[in-house]
Write a protein that binds this ligand. Sequence first.
Ligand code: 13P
Ligand code: SF4
Length: 348
Amino acid sequence: MNNETQPMRIPRISVPRHPVWPALGAAEKTALKARIKTLLKERNALLVSHYYVDGDLQALAEETGGCVADSLEMARFGSETDAETLVVCGVRFMGETAKILNPEKRVLMPELKATCSLDEGCPADAFSAFCDAHPDHTVVVYANTSVEAKARADWMVTSSIALPIVKYLRAQDKKVLWAPDKHLGHYIQQVTGVDMLLWQGSCVVHEEFKSVALERLRRLHPDAAVLVHPESPDEIIEQADVIGSTTALIDAVASMHNPEFIIATDEGIFWKMKQLAPGKKLIAAPTAGEGATCESCAHCPWMAMNALQNLEQVLRSGGNEIRINEAIRQKAVVPIQRMLDFSKAQSA
Ligand code: 13P
Ligand code: SF4
């Protein structure tokens, strides 16, 4: 393969087993949540939770004035609050984005090892060499990347704003170097027609959705709308009624009149969907096929590293703080701020 199509060899990603958290009785859980609420107040801290983490962490964020959101909203929220500490329940790039945008705030995470296969599959040195080889391309990175990859980029995007930003670049006749998600990149390339070089990373969770099994499931549920996150492979996206970010998929369940929905994204999202549309039937898109592994369960093993137990620990100890070299931060903030400014101008 040459540099024009295939950037670099993607490192083998080591996917952890899902952590098994000790079950909590109702009274124990209530007491633990109460202790966390007290600690949040004492530390002037707010929770910023992603839709894929455990429902208890989403509920707690809502009950305590924090936020439950997609990657774009999570990034925005941190800058809009006066809290001194943000506790990001999600994966590492989400904590890093919060810190990049809010260097004066303390950003903690229940588990710093909570990474993402897209981030791991795009090592900074290889990515930088790929950018060097294509200086005539505008570099667009997905939020799911390291601070160093962001520092090399012209733009950062999330799934909810990638399409408008790439359409904007197309209007300026720009060629795009896209990293790291090949599926999301290919989807955007098809919709926008932009000249695009794709890094070949993927999400180990969305990669597992099975297209033949999905066709079968659709036949069994002819009234169901199929909702797909665009990190999924083409043959899954092709079967979608709605393709979009986690927020877009949640909005679809709440607003569409279908009685049933087949959902191709991490099952953590069901908590919010059930909250907003309690009467709708939610069906997980099929994953486990032949040779299925732990990865085949439609739940991100890194998101699963967040739990009430380690949240309490981190609030008590003040440990697991995100720290970023200031010189790199100053570079990485540029593509993120560009995205936020674009988004603001769009909604004005
Ligand atoms: P969203 O920005 O759509 O929430 O996606 C983040 C993510 O990591 C999906 O796998
Ligand atoms: Fe990364 Fe996939 Fe997990 Fe999202 S679901 S954080 S893209 S590994």
